[in-house]
Ligand binder design. Sequence first.
Ligand SMILES: C[S@@+](CC[C@H](N)C(=O)[O-])C[C@H]1O[C@@H](n2cnc3c(N)ncnc32)[C@H](O)[C@@H]1O
Length: 240
Amino acid sequence: MAVVPYKEQQSGKKEQVAEMFNSISKKYDFLNHFLSLGIDIIWRKKAISLLKKDRPKLILDIATGTGDFAIESLKLNPDKVIGVDISEGMLNMGREKLKKRQLDNKIELQLGDSEKLLFDDNKFDAAIVSFGVRNFEDLEKGLADMYRVLKPGGKTVILEFSRPSKFPFKNIYNFYFKAILPKIGRLVSKDKAAYTYLPESVQAFPDGERFLEILEKVGFKNTQCKALTFGVSSIYTGVK
Ligand SMILES: C[S@@+](CC[C@H](N)C(=O)[O-])C[C@H]1O[C@@H](n2cnc3c(N)ncnc32)[C@H](O)[C@@H]1O
């Protein structure tokens, strides 16, 4: 059974995830930085720095949301970044942000599904995802399509929550993530399920070695996993 935000609804994970992000889109950036004490910003920087040597010119940011990972990827000086997401609400917040920062000539945000990307094969130099893959309805299909649109030799960098395994950090983390974070998230976002879905979806996600196995199954080579902040997040990389 897939972990979904609104358990009482009959709709599939994709529809529910889009509905949830539409619902929290206005508070998403604030809650992201507040609940992670700003550490998410450092994680995105670290992940993007792994593409420095590759000098990608055309980057695809999948599940771009409000565009923070796409914006961070501009440090690589690409010609263009395309961000896709299934939530129009998140994209609208992103578009406002880009316009304010005068970055809308470099980054283009499009409505799009990771599992059915509307791009030709072998198009992008890099494909990146931050905190997106956990939300895919069909993880393998999403990763396979990402592989398809990458050029041979192109690289993927995926940032996602994982689960710390060592005492005492594991216990502190579990308490914060399962008891504190959902309460603050619910209070600020006014969405009854979004911040309960967050720890539940992290719990169900195949992190670490299991994720590398899926990357390899869809064709990626040289796969690697780097744990961040005692394993609260991990960066996965692979090459086509
Ligand atoms: C936690 S947000 C991450 C946003 C952004 N990457 C960041 O780092 O802040 C997850 C995003 O994944 C998007 N998403 C989930 N499933 C998707 C899919 N199948 N295709 C495209 N986007 C998807 C959601 O709409 C949401 O905006």
